[in-house]
Write a protein that binds this ligand. Structure first.
Ligand SMILES: [Fe+2]
Length: 272
């Protein structure tokens, strides 16, 4: 195990990070934190986080080699990022693929979550950020304008250039905020997209990619996701063929009850 620490100026609200052979990559989102109301017991911690529109996100590259103390910081207009799909190095560039929101909704203590106005919340969209290590510039490109979240890839491709990405997405691409009802597969090489929708009553959770043992292709395997069936108030574990996302599910394992709608899932090949 290797341990080292680096100090970064300013407040950070970090949810996720990305990794490449030489760097750990953190997005320092433009937020302020005033802990006083929280310490006085007037507000929750989340209510004290304030998004700073118009301020850049700082992309912090920390070398993985403990002898290298040179932290690189890039500035880019990204809005707010919770999750990264992947990152990789390419000659003098580092690419990071992330789900970015134009803003972070302010948490209101007295707001009724059942009356959320989805049109007032910015949708998450997939962007590619390309950092130029030579001149310090950042290029950002909108890759998927459809409302999406929870990107996942083949575990062996983490930190490396990769071809396929799977994520939860809205049933239709309206560019607006909408619940995640489909699994979307992106092919970086051909630009081809495939989706499997569970609308109108199914709501997906984070997809998990399970590689086929001994598989030769990057997308050889299955995509698992828990689907909440709003009509019957129960959950289904859907297993899709990752090479044919659009096709019929390989299996739909219906539960007799629902599993409370969560955020993340994980795959293990052990049985407990
Ligand atoms: Fe998360």
């Amino acid at each position: 195990m290797r341990r080292h620490s680096h100090s970064i100026p300013g407040f950070s609200f970090i949810h996720d990070f990305a990794i490449t052979p030489h760097y750990c990559i953190f997005f320092q989102n433009p937020v302020n934190f005033n802990p006083l109301p929280f310490l006085l017991g007037i507000r929750g911690a989340g209510e004290c986080v304030e998004f700073q529109p118009g301020k850049p996100t700082r992309v912090v590259l920390i070398p993985r080699d403990p002898k290298n103390k040179e932290v690189k910081i890039f500035e880019v207009d990204s809005g707010f990022v919770f999750h990264h799909a992947n990152a990789f190095e390419k000659e003098n560039q580092v690419c990071i693929d992330s789900i970015a929101y134009a803003s972070l909704p302010q948490v209101q203590a007295d707001a009724n979550y059942k009356e959320a106005d989805f049109d007032k919340l910015d949708p998450g969209k997939l962007w590619r950020f390309t950092l130029n290590l030579q001149d310090g510039t950042v290029e950002r490109k909108l890759v998927e304008p459809c409302c999406c979240e929870f990107p996942t890839i083949h575990p062996d491709r983490v930190g490396r250039d990769y071809r396929y990405l799977f994520m939860g997405a809205a049933h239709q691409d309206t560019g607006r905020n909408a619940p995640l009802q489909a699994i979307l597969k992106l092919d970086w090489e051909t630009g081809e997209k495939q989706s499997h929708s569970f609308a109108p009553h199914g709501y997906v959770s984070e997809p998990i990619f399970v590689p086929r043992q001994g598989g030769k292709q990057e997308d050889e395997g299955w995509v698992l996701t828990l689907v909440y069936d709003g009509k019957n108030h129960r959950s289904t574990l859907a297993i899709l063929d990752a090479q044919n996302i659009e096709g019929d599910a390989v299996a739909l394992l219906h539960l007799k009850h629902h599993i409370p709608y969560g955020l993340h899932g994980s795959w293990t090949d052990s049985v407990f």
